[in-house]
Write a protein that binds this ligand. Structure first.
Ligand code: ATP
Ligand code: MG
Length: 412
């Protein structure tokens, strides 16, 4: 074995970190359920085209970040870098667009070949929702409110700001595009090589560039907002009204755009300053052109995705975990009874630790080390009388009780 480390940008999850991770996923799933979003789990890999066509040939994800390979049968496959394209693909291939709207929640690993740093991994996880088949502004409002609700339930909402913008409809974007290209052409000498390539194919994406030189140019670029047509303005106004009605606080960010090709109208991001450079925790928007772009019917959609690792780091405290009970047999004759008792308690839903060997003193130490709530000891005297000794490991108090009374006492 040459490499006994996890591959760069990947991570083993266990202990408290895994608890945090699971808590984020479970909370997301539960809140989404209350809004009528059922879970969908799409495959971890898809035909490369699913992502290539939809994310755009010039996007960072497609040009630099995808894990793409040819399998033994010669198919070109890609580990999913994000899940919206997969969910839309699933709606098309499952014929689900017959009955709309469809609402989905998902959770799972995503893969991007990135430079790993805090909050930026090559295998990371997302929770996300997709609402497919409604072009009403209230659909955008529901999706954003659901996201805010999840952040609130996790206790992280106060550490975030909701930034909101609109990219307008196709017509508005087209009008803006011309103005933007003219502006960028004038500042060509200051643009990065990547952005020069984007200038012809997708100039809007330059607005989302992370390159510092690009950002300086973008900071002075004309604003899309000034080129929105009336329909796009109305739509955006209704989204803002809906959010205000539901008490979802937001701030307008006229320079917020999404890095992918398929977005229209609403774009938003919950960001935080608590995670250093990796400030985006939940990001999404409306993607009305996506399904048609993939070769399906012309069905609109809106959704978001959130980074589970980033949310897990923001959790104010580690989720509580039920503490186990340690059984400590004293002397060899109590050993078999200890195993029987452990079995009984486990079947009653109680977590039980029983060491395979060791003196009573060593076993009591182990009980402390694993954070047991109680130690239940059985010696020959207890054995003869059908009782056990229960020690509260927090207070040190001891009591004797019958084996029958034990499950109720431990559950309470
Ligand atoms: P960033 O600007 O941080 O690169 P992004 O725009 O690429 O984010 P999206 O594609 O919108 O991110 O994904 C949604 C969310 O998934 C992000 O807001 C972030 O919380 C999380 N995320 C994205 N890439 C990574 C990664 N490599 N590692 C961990 N989390 C990630
Ligand atoms: Mg990225």
């Amino acid at each position: 074995m040459s490499q006994l480390r996890p591959a760069r940008g990947t991570h083993d999850l266990l202990g408290e970190e895994l608890l945090r991770h699971r808590h984020v996923a479970a909370t997301g799933r539960e809140i989404a359920r209350r809004y009528g979003y059922g879970e969908i789990a799409t495959p971890i890999f898809e035909f490369t085209e699913v992502f290539q066509r939809t994310l755009g040939e010039t996007s960072d994800i497609v040009t630099k970040e995808m894990y793409t390979f040819e399998d033994r049968g010669g198919d070109r496959l890609t580990l999913r870098p994000e899940n919206t394209a997969s969910v839309v693909r699933a709606v098309i291939s499952g014929g689900l667009a017959q009955e709309l709207p469809q609402k989905f929640f998902y959770y799972g690993p995503m893969f991007r070949y990135e430079r790993p740093q805090k909050g930026r991994l090559r295998q990371f996880h997302q929770i996300g929702v997709e609402l497919i088949g409604s072009s009403e502004p209230m659909a955008d409002v529901e999706v954003i409110a659901l996201g805010a609700h999840i952040l609130e339930a996790l206790g992280v909402l106060p550490q975030t700001v909701l930034e909101l913008n609109t990219l307008g409809d196709r017509e508005s974007r087209q009008a803006y595009r011309e103005v933007l290209v003219r502006y960028l052409e004038d500042h060509k000498d200051r643009l990065s090589r990547d952005s020069l390539a984007r200038l012809e194919r997708n100039p809007m994406r330059i607005l989302d560039s992370k390159d510092e030189g690009d950002r300086a140019v973008v900071a002075e670029a004309p604003l899309l907002h000034d080129y929105l047509n009336q329909a796009s303005r109305d739509f955006f106004a209704r989204v803002q009204e809906g959010l205000a009605q539901l008490g979802v606080a937001f701030q307008l960010s006229p320079r917020l755009v999404r890095g992918l090709d398929y977005y229209t109208h609403t774009a938003f991001e919950f960001t935080t300053t608590a995670l250093g450079a990796q400030g985006a925790v939940m990001a999404g928007g409306r993607y009305d052109g996506l399904m048609r772009e993939m070769g399906g019917p012309d069905v609109p959609g809106v959704g978001w995705a959130a980074g589970v690792e980033r949310l897990a780091m923001l959790l104010p405290e580690a989720p509580a975990q039920p503490r186990p009970v340690a059984i400590v047999p004293i002397g060899p004759e109590a050993e078999a009874e200890a195993w029987r008792l452990a079995d009984k308690l486990r079947r009653a839903g109680i977590a039980v630790d029983l060491a395979f060997k060791g003196k009573p003193g060593q076993r009591m130490k182990r009980a402390d080390r694993i954070g047991a709530r109680f130690a239940v000891s059985i010696g020959s005297d207890e054995l003869a009388r059908g009782v056990v000794k229960l020690r509260d490991l927090d207070s040190g108090a001891e009591e004797e009780l019958s084996q029958e009374a034990l499950p109720a006492r431990l559950a309470g």
